[in-house]
Ligand binder design. Structure first.
Ligand SMILES: CC(C)(COP(=O)(O)OP(=O)(O)OC[C@H]1O[C@@H](n2cnc3c(N)ncnc32)[C@H](O)[C@@H]1OP(=O)(O)O)[C@@H](O)C(=O)NCCC(=O)NCCS
Length: 160
């Protein structure tokens, strides 16, 4: 049986634990706390961003970030505590971001992932993302291609 976890929009009080997890996850983009604070504060403007957290047994177990600008959307980051992976949290967090972007009336959601991140790519494929391009040697430390993936968010494609 899958463990009971809760996915909800992040609050400012989540940020210390979220930052600890982000810093402990080398594959995730690393941003200053002020960046997360701006997302939680939902500053007005054409660029909208969301931040979801997953809690399991009283611990912050994962988070995901997304943004929309007009009808375009991006899944910017997703990370799950290394000891709590393969329990469905990553997929639930991505779905929360995708659903939020759809409600902002985005037509499709894009993401970039390291070509060597086989687990993340399998997760995204399972959520309906398809490879749409590549940026050669886009990442550093180590040098790696970026795989560009896209998932339509139109109602007729919205199958959970
Ligand atoms: C990628 C990541 C978020 C996945 O989180 P997770 O909670 O383990 O994902 P889920 O349990 O929801 O996995 C759902 C499905 O994705 C696939 N998957 C996820 N991780 C996988 C792995 N390491 N290897 C193979 N398949 C994997 C599987 O199909 C899995 O379903 P299954 O467990 O029933 O086989 C997590 O591994 C992580 O935080 N990695 C480091 C950060 C990162 O790479 N983020 C992506 C770039 S920002």
């Amino acid at each position: 049986m899958k463990p009971a976890f809760v996915v909800r929009p992040a609050e400012e009080a989540d940020l210390p634990e979220l930052l600890r997890l982000e810093r402990a996850t080398p594959e995730a983009p690393h941003w200053p706390e002020a960046e997360y604070l701006r997302i939680v504060a939902a500053e007005p403007g054409p660029l909208r961003r969301c931040l979801f957290v997953a809690w399991l047994d009283g611990d912050l177990a994962g988070f995901a970030v997304g943004k929309t600008l007009g009808d375009e959307a991006e899944l910017e980051s997703v990370a799950v505590d290394a000891g709590l992976r393969r329990m469905g949290l990553g997929a639930a967090l991505c779905r929360a971001v995708m659903d939020w972007c759809r409600r902002q009336e985005a037509d499709a959601i894009d993401l970039e992932v390291r070509a060597g991140s086989a687990g993340a790519m399998r997760l995204y494929h399972g959520l309906g993302f398809e490879e749409v391009g590549r940026r050669t040697a886009y990442y550093r430390d180590p040098v790696e291609d970026a795989v560009l993936m896209r998932r339509e968010l139109l109602e007729s494609h919205w199958l959970w």
